[in-house]
Design a protein around this ligand. Sequence first.
Ligand code: CXF
Ligand code: ZN
Length: 378
Amino acid sequence: MSVTQGKVIKCKAAVAWAKDEPLSIEEIEVDPPKDGEVRVKIMATGVCHTDVSGKRGILPYVRFPAVLGHEAAGVVESVGSAVTSFNVGDHVLTIFLPQCQECVACKSPDQNLCEKFMVSPEAVGLLFDGTTRMKCKGKSLYHFLGTSTYSEYTVVDQSQVVKVSKEAPLDKISILSCGVSTGYGSPIKICKVKPGSTCAVFGLGTVGLGAVMGCRVQGAKRIFGVDINKDKEEIARTFGVTDFLNPKDHQKPIHEILIEATGAGCDYTFECIGVPEVLQSALNACKPGGQSAIVGVPAEGKTVTFDPYKLLYSRVWTGGFYGGFKPKDDIPGLVEDYMKKKIMLDEFISTSMSIEEVNKSFDLLLQGKIIKALLYFN
Ligand code: CXF
Ligand code: ZN
């Protein structure tokens, strides 16, 4: 039993008071976990584009004032009365995608879209009982994606934490909590890339590099990496890109270049930034009978037009959250794969900063100067 069990904890957090305002470091109060919840001491939290988009208010998943952050690893500080599968001291990752283990999707071996993720607009920012656990200056703070990891302590539903090996370094594996897994799973779980195939990955941030790593693990023969930032080439090759393409270096649209380079187009294409024009380009770069996956998250309200003949010619346009992985089933194995050096994680981490520098980390990410920033609380 921890000394803080059952008590309100005062701790440091980065608070997003309003849309598009810089986050502000505050002392907040975090309530004890209710029945099916756990309170987690966050040891490291990553900066994901979704946090930046959340701050900008361009996603349907945020209500202000909020504590953002969703990609993290930590240690269980206390558990609610109905929690049976977590104990104080367990090492865990927080995951935006719940796995309740009871709904139709959770019971199916090949679906990961847990019904608990289907929150109504009214439920945005609330835990599943419709309330919040954090306060600052007398005001309730909304949760973000059920996780809110830009706080030294956070309360999360038990469906949104995954227990991991205590042997693994929490800071490094924290990035399996979102971006890396989202990318890595897409060629493995969503498209099931076949050995010897040709793939193209559009956008070479954490998600894109994760997708490249997944294509390589599946035995892809040729992996095109597409990015308008020429500085991404070197790291992209480290992850397995065989051909780097910068659309700025070409007069023609990049899908034409890819079709010329491959004959009929790629077997698989992955869009990892959520930009409508790039989504079209990725579909267009795919050969008849191939698959194009939507992996990146577009801003709310963005739509795409496409040529229906692309699908009549047997292309499959697909997508999914979290790389198709089921968090509780799949993450412990990914941690083991990292420990056995079967997957890379260290190489994604460009910089480590204190939570006080969260705004700087957002700027660096938006400017394309870093792949992944990790934030710490001391
Ligand atoms: C996002 C996907 C859209 C819902 C919120 C989480 N994934 C990663 O950041
Ligand atoms: Zn994320």
